[in-house]
Design a protein around this ligand. Structure first.
Ligand code: PLP
Length: 409
């Protein structure tokens, strides 16, 4: 419950679902149409062509009426058989959940994790860093029998705010001359952080609607490669709803084998117009700049950023570690009650130790400054001694770092 009567807009600053632009909400309010009629085919063909440009692929993209978890399952069941060995990397909570799913599906999982130490989070040092591609390469080189069938990794780890280098993982697989498929979760990276499905040689990219695409939750994606499609012909894990063959076949004309999520596809069509109209590189620069502004505030507070390696800071969200003894969830609750703002909770091993600020979706410099102000007031009210004002620092940052020329049209 809120301490105040809610007025104005709720600040939804979790790293997905992200705030949905009014333009998209309006587009989704159109009447639902016959999903087998001619008008639908036009919509279907448009969103299928457009989403390929977002993944930067020339190959098919399957769109599911499901949350991201469904698309995770689709990626595994379409490419693998019972007992297949898969290599994963523990970057955080979502990598761990995907491993749990792989185990439940009857795959044999092996998880690599960062082996160094960490002063702030000794129990989870790997949850502050990205994928160590050299460890993947070393493990694949040992696998001379090619027992490992897939390498499954998370691009933007939403639980920590770390964006791993996927091109480096591709290079590691190639350097080891290993035939494993590369399967990547970019559920929260796509359309906010640079992503190149084809150029990085990704076999399956999994994504979802409620993050960088600025849509409500409810549709999710598998971008495919020719090798992934080939693997799907012999993959033995049971699947029906998720099976690519019928979807890819019917998608050629803009239709689906079952009832698609029509109104979310209207939203997707609008989102594609917005993102492709702005230009993806501009979209990425915009998020990188917002992230830098938010990090400047966290640094001014004197609090550690969850991501310990500046090379892999996420443009999508920033994790803030609270001082020892300060329950980050109590801070979040207070901020929600007093200022009607939602922040991301610490997930799994990070419970109570940190909170997450989302800087994606329908945002701008001023909404982010208000977000930082809400955090700063909440931290102070929670008794956290801050070194300096993050709001002031972020104002300085946003006013002295004008949006790049490409952003001004
Ligand atoms: N993977 C990542 C990186 C995520 O951020 C999420 C959701 O936040 C998921 C998987 C699961 O997706 P969903 O909650 O849409 O099923």
């Amino acid at each position: 419950t809120l301490d105040v009567h809610p007025t104005g807009r709720h600040f939804l600053q979790i790293p997905g679902p992200s705030p949905v632009p009014d333009r998209i909400l309006r587009a989704m309010s159109l009447p639902t149409i016959d999903h087998r009629g001619p008008e639908f085919g036009t919509l279907g063909r448009k969103v299928l062509a457009g989403i390929g440009q977002i993944f930067r692929t020339k190959h098919p993209v399957a769109i599911y009426p499901a949350s991201g978890t469904g698309a995770w399952e689709a990626a595994l069941t379409n490419t693998l058989s019972a007992g297949d060995h898969v290599l994963m990397f523990e970057t955080g909570h979502f990598a761990s959940l995907w491993k749990k799913m792989a185990d439940r599906l009857g795959l044999s999982t092996e998880v690599l994790s960062y082996e160094g130490s960490d002063e702030h989070l000794p129990a989870a040092p790997g949850w502050r860093r990205g994928i160590q591609a050299d460890m993947i390469e070393a493990r694949l080189r040992q696998d001379t029998q090619h027992r490992i069938k897939a390498v499954c990794v998370v691009h933007n780890e939403t639980s920590t705010g770390v964006t791993s280098d996927i091109a480096a993982v591709r290079k590691a697989i190639d350097a080891a001359r290993h035939p494993a498929l590369l399967v990547v979760d970019s559920i929260s990276g796509l359309a906010s952080a640079p992503f190149e499905h084809d150029a990085w040689g990704v076999d399956v990219t999994v994504s979802g609607s409620q993050k960088g695409l600025m849509l409500p939750p409810g549709i999710s994606f598998n971008a495919l490669s020719p090798r992934a499609l080939e693997a799907s012909k012999t993959a033995g894990l049971p699947k029906s709803f998720w099976a690519w063959d019928e979807i890819v076949d019917m998608n050629k004309d803009g239709y689906w084998p079952y009832t698609p999520n029509t109104n979310l596809l209207y939203g997707l069509s609008e989102s594609l117009d917005m993102l492709l109209g702005e230009g993806l590189d501009n979209v990425f620069a915009r998020h990188a700049r917002w992230a830098e502004g938010v990090r400047s505030a966290v640094t001014a507070w004197g609090l550690p950023i969850q991501c310990a390696d500046p090379a892999v800071y996420s443009p999508v969200l920033t994790g803030v570690i609270t001082p020892p003894g300060v329950d980050a969830d109590a801070v979040r609750r207070l901020i929600h009650q007093r200022f009607d703002m939602s922040l991301g909770t610490g997930l799994g091993k990070l419970k109570g130790r940190m909170f997450r600020i989302g800087h994606l979706g329908d945002s701008n410099d001023l909404t982010l400054l208000a977000t930082i102000a809400g955090c700063e007031m909440g931290l102070k009210l929670s008794g956290v001694k801050l070194v300096g004002s993050g709001v002031q620092k972020a104002m300085d940052f946003f006013s002295s770092h004008a949006a790049p020329d490409t952003l001004k049209k």
